[in-house]
Design a protein around this ligand. Structure first.
Ligand SMILES: C[S@@+](CC[C@H](N)C(=O)[O-])C[C@H]1O[C@@H](n2cnc3c(N)ncnc32)[C@H](O)[C@@H]1O
Length: 279
C-alpha cells in the first residue's frame, strides 16, 4: 500500500483531514461552546504525525528499491566486460536484461560454448543470446551452427535482422516455429513446432532454454528435453535461464528425475541459471 502512495493519495488525505478537522472544530466551538478546541488540536497533531510517517515510509521504500536496482545493475558490469572481451564484436549488442537474457547468463553461456567447443546449438527463444552464440561459433570456427526457435514471427524477424546486421548469417538460422500441441505421456503439451529437426544435419550439443513464454502453460519449458532427447549428442549440455521462477526450476527438477544421466549445476545469476551436463 505504501509503495503505491502517490502525490494524489497525499492530496486526498490532506483534503479529508481538513474537512475532518473543520468539522471537529465547528462541533467543539459552536455546538459544545469550548473556548480551546482540545479535540481538534489533538486530531491535527495526529494527522500531521500520520502524514510524516507516510512520507517517511514512502522515502525509505523508494530508497531501498533504488539501492537494489543499483546493486543489480552493477552486478552485470563485470560479465558484460567479459562478453566484450571474448566476443569478436563488429557492432554493438542490443540492450540486455528484462525479456532479453542478462549479461551474467550470457557470460556462463560463453564459457560453456568455448570450453566444450560446441558445434550444434538449438535455442528456445531467439534474441541477443542468438547473436552471442553466433559470434562464439564464428570464434571457434569449427563448422558450428545455431538453430534459434521463436514462436513469434515479429521477434524472429528482429533477431534475423540483427544476425544479418552483425554479419553472422553463416552461423545462425532463425526458425519461426509456431506453438503446437504434443502428446507426452498422458498429457498434451504446447511447444515449438519441431519441423526444423528434419533439416538438422547433426546431433545437438547444446540446448539453450529461454522460451517459450511462461504464460503458455504451467512449466512451459518442460517439453524441451523430452522432445529433443533423441537428437542429443553423448556430451550434450543444457543451459536454462529464469530458474529463479519456481515453474522453470520445477521443470529442471523433473528432467533430473526422468533423465538420471544428467546432473545440474546452479549459478546465482540475476534470473537464476542451471547448467545440465551428461554424467
Ligand atoms: C525470454 S525471451 C528470449 C530472449 C532471448 N533468449 C534473448 O536473449 O534475447 C522469450 C520470447 O519472448 C519474446 N520476446 C522477446 N523480446 C520481447 C519483448 N521485448 N517483449 C515481449 N516479448 C519478447 C520472443 O518471442 C522470445 O522468443
Amino acid at each position: 500500500m505504501f509503495n503505491n502512495l502517490t502525490p494524489g493519495h497525499l492530496l486526498r488525505f490532506l483534503v479529508w483531514a481538513i474537512f475532518g478537522l473543520t468539522g471537529a472544530f465547528v462541533v467543539e466551538h459552536f455546538l459544545l461552546g469550548q473556548a480551546i478546541p482540545y479535540l481538534s488540536l489533538w486530531l491535527f497533531a495526529c494527522l500531521v504525525l500520520a502524514l510524516l510517517f507516510l512520507i517517511y515510509r514512502k522515502l525509505v521504500i523508494n530508497f531501498n528499491v533504488q539501492n537494489q536496482l543499483v546493486r543489480d545493475s552493477f552486478a552485470q558490469v563485470s560479465p558484460l566486460q567479459y562478453l566484450h572481451q571474448v566476443l569478436p564484436l563488429r557492432k554493438a549488442l542490443p540492450s540486455m536484461r528484462g525479456y532479453v537474457a542478462s549479461p551474467d547468463f550470457l557470460a556462463i553461456l560463453a564459457d560453456l560454448v568455448l570450453t566444450k567447443k560446441t558445434k550444434t546449438i538449438v535455442e528456445c527463444g531467439s534474441g541477443v543470446s542468438t547473436i552471442v552464440n553466433a559470434y562464439l561459433l564464428e570464434k571457434l570456427n569449427a563448422g558450428g551452427h545455431i538453430y534459434s526457435l521463436d514462436n513469434d514471427a515479429h521477434y524472429a524477424g528482429i533477431t534475423r535482422d540483427n544476425i544479418a546486421y552483425h554479419d553472422l548469417s553463416d552461423w545462425a538460422t532463425i526458425v519461426h516455429a509456431p506453438i503446437q500441441g504434443f502428446a507426452l505421456g498422458e498429457a498434451t503439451w504446447k511447444w515449438y513446432a519441431t519441423d526444423f529437426l528434419k533439416n538438422l544435419p547433426t546431433s545437438i550439443d547444446l540446448i539453450v532454454v529461454d522460451g517459450p513464454p511462461s504464460t503458455l502453460q504451467k512449466n512451459a519449458r518442460y517439453p524441451a528435453l523430452p522432445l529433443l532427447f533423441d537428437r542429443l549428442s553423448p556430451n550434450a549440455c543444457i543451459i536454462v535461464d529464469d530458474c529463479n521462477r519456481s515453474e522453470d526450476k520445477a521443470s529442471v527438477e523433473r528432467w533430473l528425475k526422468e533423465y538420471p544421466d544428467f546432473s545440474a549445476q546452479w549459478y546465482f545469476t540475476e534470473k537464476g541459471t542451471y547448467v545440465l551436463t551428461r554424467n
